[in-house]
Design a protein around this ligand. Structure first.
Ligand SMILES: [Zn+2]
Length: 365
C-alpha cells in the first residue's frame, strides 16, 4: 500500500517538476497539482499562507480509527493536517465523550497530504488547520471503508425554513459544539445559521463560547473547526479576531437576505477562476517538489521553505470559509451596495451585521 502510494507520488512529482518548469505548469490550476499528491512532504510541519490560499508541509495523517473517533470519506485522502491539529482533534474527541456524552467523533475532510486548493469541496482547508466534524455520533462498531464513504450524514436543518429540524437536533449537539468552542486552540467554528440560532436559544447564561461559532452557508450536517496558526509556521497568515459578543443579534441578515432565493433579476452566480501557483505563497511550489515523508507521515528533517516576514492578518472580508461543494464568488471589494434600486440586483448583499461581506446567494450546484 505504502510503496504503491510512493510510486504514485514519484510519478506525480516528476510530472509536476516538468509541469512547473514549463509554461504548462503555470496554466495548471493549483488544485490539480495539490490534488495529485498522495503523501505529505518531508520536513518540519509548517502551515504556509492563508486558510483559503496556502499549503502545508510536514503534514501528519489522522489514524483511521481511535478509541473516540473514526475517519470518514477515506477515498478522498484528505485526513491530513498540521500535527498540532491532529493531536488537538484526538483530544477533542475524548473531551467530547466526557463532556458531551458523545460516543466518538466522525471526522470529515481535513487537508490534502500537502494541503493546497482542492478539486472540489472547500475554499479553505488548505493549510492543515481546518477540520470538518459530522453531527452524527460515532456508531458502536467500526465502519467499513465503503460505509465511511457512503453512509448518509443527515442535515439538522429544515430546508424549507432554514431553521433547525427539531426531530433531528439533539441537546448533545450543543454540548459537542460548546466543548469544541471552549478549547483554547480553536479560533472559529462554522455552522449553518439555523444551528447558530438554535445554540443562541438554548445556550443559557454561559454564552462566551458562542463568539467563536460563526454562521456560514452549508455546514448543516457537520461543523467546521479552525485552529489558529501554530508556532514554527512563520508564513502562516492569521485571521482577524472575531471581536466581541455572542453574535446572536446578527442572524437576521442570514434569514432575510442570504438564505432567501435570489430575485429574478439577480446576476447569475459565476464560478471564481481557479487558483494558480502564482497566486499561492512561493514556498508552496517548494512543498510540491519536496520528497515524500518517510512512511507518509511527518518529523523528517529537511529544511522547510520559508519566507522572510510573517504576513499581516487577513481582513475579515476575505477571511471566512465557504465549504462543501461551492466556492464563493470572489469578494471584489467591501464597497456598500448602491442606495438607489439597481436595474439588476447586486451580486452581493449588503454587509451582514458584523461587517462581513458575503455572497448573497448560495449558488445551486
Ligand atoms: Zn470545512
Amino acid at each position: 500500500m505504502l510503496s504503491g502510494s510512493r510510486s504514485r507520488l514519484s510519478l506525480a512529482t516528476l510530472g509536476l517538476i516538468s509541469a512547473l518548469s514549463g509554461p504548462a505548469g503555470a496554466q495548471t490550476p493549483a488544485k490539480e497539482l495539490f490534488g495529485s499528491e498522495a503523501t505529505p512532504s518531508a520536513g518540519p510541519p509548517q502551515s504556509i499562507g492563508f486558510y483559503s490560499k496556502g499549503c502545508l508541509s510536514g503534514a501528519m495523517e489522522m489514524p483511521k480509527d481511535g478509541p473516540t473517533w473514526q475517519v470518514m470519506k477515506p477515498s478522498r485522502n484528505r485526513a491530513f493536517a498540521h500535527p498540532t491539529m491532529i493531536r488537538f482533534l484526538q483530544r477533542l474527541s475524548a473531551d467530547a465523550a466526557r463532556e458531551a456524552h458523545w460516543r466518538g467523533l466522525l471526522f470529515g475532510d481535513m487537508a490534502q497530504p500537502r494541503g493546497g486548493p482542492m478539486k472540489d469541496g472547500h475554499a479553505s482547508h488548505q493549510i492543515g488547520l481546518d477540520a470538518d466534524i459530522y453531527l452524527t455520533e460515532m456508531p458502536t462498531r467500526r465502519l467499513s471503508p465503503h460505509e465511511r464513504d457512503t453512509m448518509p450524514l443527515p442535515s439538522v436543518i429544515d430546508k424549507r425554513t432554514n431553521r433547525i429540524d427539531l426531530s433531528r437536533w439533539r441537546p448533545e449537539m450543543l454540548k459537542l459544539i460548546r466543548t469544541a468552542a471552549r478549547e483554547p486552540e480553536v479560533e472559529r467554528i462554522f455552522v449553518h445559521p439555523g444551528i447558530k440560532e438554535q445554540l443562541c436559544k438554548t445556550a443559557g447564561r454561559d454564552r462566551a463560547w458562542l463568539n467563536k461559532v460563526r454562521p456560514m452557508f452549508g455546514h448543516d450536517y457537520h461543523f467546521h473547526v479552525r485552529i489558529s496558526c501554530q508556532p514554527g509556521s512563520p508564513n502562516c497568515q492569521s485571521q482577524e479576531s472575531t471581536g466581541k459578543g455572542d453574535g446572536c443579534d446578527k442572524l437576521d441578515w442570514w434569514f432575510n437576505v442570504a438564505l432567501r432565493p435570489p430575485p429574478p433579476n439577480a446576476k447569475p452566480y459565476k464560478k471564481p477562476p481557479p487558483i494558480f501557483m502564482a497566486a499561492l505563497p512561493k514556498a508552496c511550489a517548494a512543498v510540491l517538489n519536496q520528497p515524500a515523508a518517510k512512511g507518509g507521515a511527518v518529523m523528517a528533517a529537511s529544511p522547510a521553505p520559508s519566507l522572510p516576514q510573517p504576513p499581516p492578518p487577513v481582513a475579515a472580508a476575505m477571511s471566512d470559509d465557504f465549504d462543501d461543494g461551492v466556492q464563493p464568488a470572489p469578494i471584489a471589494s467591501p464597497a456598500p451596495p448602491p442606495l438607489a434600486p439597481a436595474t439588476s440586483a447586486p451580486a452581493y448583499a449588503p454587509e451582514p451585521p458584523g461587517g462581513l461581506p458575503m455572497p448573497r446567494f448560495r449558488p445551486a450546484h
